[in-house]
Design a protein around this ligand. Structure first.
Ligand code: ZN
Length: 337
């Protein structure tokens, strides 16, 4: 029996820390927050225990809660006062994200990242204006446009809107812009818009490989962004595809993305790992609402220990290659670290 090699030697208590390959710090984490223009008081989000939609007046207080745990960055999502087919409240100067961002950046030191998309702002819940046939501008015959599975969001018409939204967020004081709609050319359109209007210093974190995932369910409760018909598979990625993710991400790199995000995180750690190997850019992973909700649900049943599985999840995401993690566990885990 040859036991020259005994890996257990380095697993003894006082040496484990010295040989640990991965560490997790509160400054690696970004806390998503939900600001809701339709409410005057905080509204708990049922499928995401511990999270609430807060009114604009409480946005600063909400960010201060995050900062107290040691987390320095927030991702702001907005629920607008009203919706329309174009999602015009998304770029309104007095829009919900713009108002909240203005206050947060004036009154706190938080690093403010804003989500740039249209799905929370359009009345149909898709990530951009619909193609003409879907809008009903032309006759599509029997069954109606919503029944035609080949129709979807008008990619190129969406790009102009994303430019306006990004610039309006930067004007309000956003430190970083995070487009999540998976439109072709979105990073280039936003980079051009920001540079044109004097925001060349504002980085873009692209949701570069965002999958059409069933793990987003609880978020749709939170942000009221479920599509009213169809799904998002014409713009978000097929969960079956890994090589395509590299192609998608390469396009965003060419268009000037500063940070590359994979969403969701845990079911897509292979993608996080391959981005880490293929690119030198910082890699972000979004530990999504479903990943959060399932651990909470299991813990509620007494089947898992919440703090331990939350920490292990985030550590695994870092080990796979993520530099930063967007997570609903940010505050809880940071407080423990
Ligand atoms: Zn969207």
């Amino acid at each position: 029996m040859d036991l020259t090699h005994r890996p257990r030697r380095l697993r003894q208590d006082r040496v484990r820390g010295l040989v640990s390959e991965t560490s997790l710090e509160p400054t690696d984490l970004i806390a998503p927050i939900f600001v809701d223009a339709t409410t005057d008081e905080r509204v708990p989000i049922e499928s995401m225990p511990g999270h609430e939609r807060v009114p604009i007046d409480e946005a600063v207080a909400r960010v201060e809660e995050v900062r107290e745990t040691g987390v320095e960055a927030v991702m702001v999502f907005g629920i607008p006062a009203s919706k329309d087919p174009e999602g015009s409240r998304a770029w309104a100067e007095d829009g919900v994200v713009q108002e909240a961002t203005r206050r947060i950046s004036a009154e706190t030191d938080a690093y403010v990242i804003t989500d740039v998309c249209l799905c929370e702002y359009t009345d149909h819940g898709h990530c951009g204006p619909l193609e003409a046939e879907l809008r009903g501008d032309t006759d599509v015959g029997e069954g109606g446009p919503a029944c035609d599975p080949t129709l979807t969001v008008d990619n190129d018409a969406t790009l102009g809107a994303l430019d306006r939204i990004a610039v309006s967020h930067a004007e309000a004081g956003a430190d970083m812009i995070a487009p999540s709609g998976m439109m072709d050319g979105m990073v280039a359109a936003i980079r051009e818009g920001l540079d044109r209007d004097g925001f060349e210093h504002v980085p873009i974190m692209s949701y570069a490989a965002k999958y059409e995932s069933a793990f987003y369910g609880p978020f749709r409760d939170a942000a009221d962004g479920a599509p009213s018909f169809g799904n998002r598979r014409h713009y978000q990625m097929d969960p079956a595809n890994a090589r395509e993710a590299l192609r998608e991400v390469r396009l965003d790199v060419e268009q000037g993305a500063d940070v590359l995000m994979v969403k969701p995180a845990l079911p897509y750690l292979d993608i996080v790992g391959s981005l880490r190997r293929e690119f030198d850019h910082p890699v972000a992973a979004y530990n999504v609402s479903g990943e959060y909700a399932m651990l909470h649900a299991a813990a509620e049943k007494g089947w898992l220990e919440l703090e331990a599985v939350a920490l292990e999840s985030l550590l695994s995401i870092k080990r796979a290659g993520a530099d930063l993690i967007l997570t609903y566990f940010a505050e809880d885990v940071a407080a423990e670290l």
